[in-house]
Design a protein around this ligand. Structure first.
Ligand SMILES: C[S@@+](CC[C@H](N)C(=O)[O-])C[C@H]1O[C@@H](n2cnc3c(N)ncnc32)[C@H](O)[C@@H]1O
Length: 260
C-alpha cells in the first residue's frame, strides 16, 4: 500500500488533534503537526501519496488534486424517494426486504450500502468491504458520526459494518449461503464521464476487474442473488456469466443478476 500520514485542518482544534492521533494508531500511520503548511507541501515533505485530514469531527482523504470525504447526500435522496413510494432500482434488483443479510463487496463512498441498510432495516444487516484502508477509514468514520436530518438515513448509516479487506479474501473465508445477496459495484471498465459522484475516487479506488473466481465464490456465499453494477454497454456481464440484466433502456447503468 502507498504510504500515508494524518494531520489536522489549519485551525488545529483539540478534538481534531485527538481524532487524528487515534486514527494514526488505528491505521498505523504517522501523525504530523499541520504547522500551517499546505497539504501538498506536507505530502512532499513526508514523501507520501495519501494525506488524511481530521477536521471538525470528520475525515478527509487527499491524493494529489483529489479530496474525498463522506457525505450521504445521494443516499439521502434515494431513501427520501423510496419513503415516498418511488422505487429504487438497486433495492428492487436486489429484491431487498427487512431482515435480509447483504454483503456489499465494494463500499466506495458508501451510498449504495446506506440504501441497502435502509432496505433491510434493523433486523437485517449490511457488511461492506473496501480494500483501500484510508478510504475505508474515512467512510466508516462518516457512517458512524455524520448527522442527517432524516433519522432513517442516520440509523441506516450507523448499522453498516465496514471491513477493510479485499473481497476475494473475505469471500474465500465466508461460509456457504451466509448472505442473502452479494453485491459488486467495481470501478467500471469504461467509466461514465458524467459520473461526477465517483470522479474523486478515480485515483484512490482499486481498479482491478472482477474475476470469474470471485463470481464463483460469490455464488457459493450468496443464498439468493449475486448482483453486479456496470456501464450498460459493458461486456463484463457476459464475461462473468450474468445472463439477467436489469435497468432502464436509456439508463447508462445496468445491473447483472445471477440467481443461485
Ligand atoms: C465504484 S466504487 C463503489 C461505489 C459504491 N457502490 C458507492 O455507492 O459509493 C468501487 C469501490 O470498490 C473498491 N474495490 C475495488 N476492488 C476491491 C476489492 N477487491 N475488494 C474490496 N474493495 C474493492 C474500490 O476501491 C472502490 O472504492
Amino acid at each position: 500500500m502507498d504510504r500515508a500520514i494524518i494531520t489536522t485542518g489549519r485551525k488545529n482544534q483539540r478534538s481534531s488533534i485527538e481524532l487524528a492521533k487515534a486514527m494514526a494508531v488505528k491505521l498505523n500511520i504517522l501523525f504530523v503537526e499541520r504547522q500551517n503548511l499546505s497539504i501538498s507541501a506536507l505530502a512532499q515533505l513526508h514523501n507520501v501519496k495519501y494525506v488524511l485530514i481530521a477536521k471538525k469531527n470528520s475525515l478527509r482523504l487527499v491524493v494529489g488534486d483529489n479530496e474525498v470525504f463522506f457525505h450521504p447526500s445521494l443516499a439521502h435522496l434515494r431513501i427520501k424517494n423510496s419513503l415516498k413510494g418511488e422505487g429504487d432500482r438497486l433495492i428492487e434488483t436486489m429484491a431487498l426486504k427487512h431482515g435480509m443479510k447483504v454483503l456489499d463487496c465494494t463500499l466506495g463512498l458508501g451510498a449504495d450500502a446506506i440504501v441497502e441498510s435502509f432496505a433491510v432495516g434493523e433486523e437485517g444487516s449490511v457488511i461492506a468491504l473496501e480494500v483501500n484502508p484510508y478510504l475505508a477509514a474515512v467512510v466508516e468514520h462518516g457512517l458512524q458520526n455524520f448527522t442527517d436530518d432524516n433519522d432513517n438515513v442516520v440509523q441506516a448509516m450507523r448499522r453498516i459494518k465496514v471491513i477493510n479487506t479485499d473481497y476475494i479474501e473475505f469471500l474465500e473465508s465466508a461460509a456457504d449461503n451466509s448472505f442473502d445477496v452479494v453485491y459488486f459495484d467495481p470501478m467500471f471498465r469504461h467509466p461514465l464521464e458524467r459520473s461526477t459522484a465517483l470522479n474523486p475516487l478515480r485515483d484512490i479506488a482499486d481498479h482491478r476487474a472482477v474475476t470469474l473466481e470471485t463470481i464463483a465464490e460469490a455464488r457459493r456465499v450468496a443464498r439468493y442473488l449475486v448482483v453486479l453494477k456496470e456501464n450498460s454497454k459493458s461486456l463484463e456481464f457476459k464475461r462473468l456469466g450474468f445472463e439477467k440484466i436489469c435497468g432502464g433502456k436509456y439508463s447508462p447503468i445496468h445491473y447483472g443478476v445471477i440467481e443461485v
